[in-house]
Design a protein around this ligand. Structure first.
Ligand SMILES: [Fe+2]
Ligand SMILES: [Fe+2]
Length: 206
């Protein structure tokens, strides 16, 4: 993605987002670029995807719903029941149809930055995590997930998914099936890793 396009995206997000959300987007772009460098993803794509991931976040729900229905088809009952996740879907549709973004990797990183999904690409994981660890974030556990993100993207994914799923359940909100599938996939592989480490430690001790 060329720099000129980033300038254009910057203008677009400035126009559409609150000041807080605008700076959040700049921070996610920087953090995504840093994580991409660390884990071997495309730094430029990570920066651009971070910049535009929340482009529809401050657009009213009725308008977002219209964009999704016009461009991506009907929403499922779970999606209809949780407007907080709409901006990821409307964001992808808007970027594709209105801003002419054609890079499928970037589009998909935007599309799944809130729910996550099974079999995520490196870039999708980078954006998912950067959204939790961007510079302005200050929720209680932010240091824990930042530390995990330095060790392994999967470890941070597991923590992020636990956080989101718990938050939704505790608030009585629905949990998107993609989040459950992502959680189970990462939990299986992370638990295997822990078991292997324990086995190695045990073998080493005897
Ligand atoms: Fe978002
Ligand atoms: Fe975000």
């Amino acid at each position: 993605m060329d720099t000129e396009r980033n300038e254009e995206f910057l203008e677009e997000i400035k126009k559409r987002l609150s000041e807080y959300r605008f700076y959040h987007s700049l921070n996610v772009a920087e953090e995504a670029k840093r994580l991409a460098r660390k884990y071997g993803a495309d730094e430029e794509k990570a920066f651009t995807a971070g910049l535009i991931h929340d482009i529809m976040k401050d657009t009213d729900y009725s308008c977002q719903k219209e964009i999704i229905e016009n461009f991506s088809g009907k929403m499922t009952d779970t999606e209809l029941a949780n407007p907080k996740i709409w901006h990821a879907m409307s964001g992808e549709a808007f970027l594709r149809r209105e801003l002419g973004v054609t890079d499928e990797e970037i589009l998909s990183a935007v599309r799944y930055h809130t729910t996550a999904k099974e079999n995520m690409t490196l870039l999708e994981k980078v954006i998912y995590i950067a959204d939790y660890t961007s510079a302005e974030r200050d929720y209680p556990d932010v240091d824990v997930i930042r530390e995990k993100a330095e060790r392994s993207l999967e470890e941070a994914m597991l923590y992020g998914l636990q956080f989101t799923i718990k938050e939704n359940v505790e608030a009585g909100r629905v949990v998107h099936p993609d989040s459950i599938l992502a959680y189970n996939e990462v939990a299986i592989s992370e638990n295997k890793k822990v078991r292997k480490e324990e086995e190695n430690a045990h073998t080493g001790n005897t």
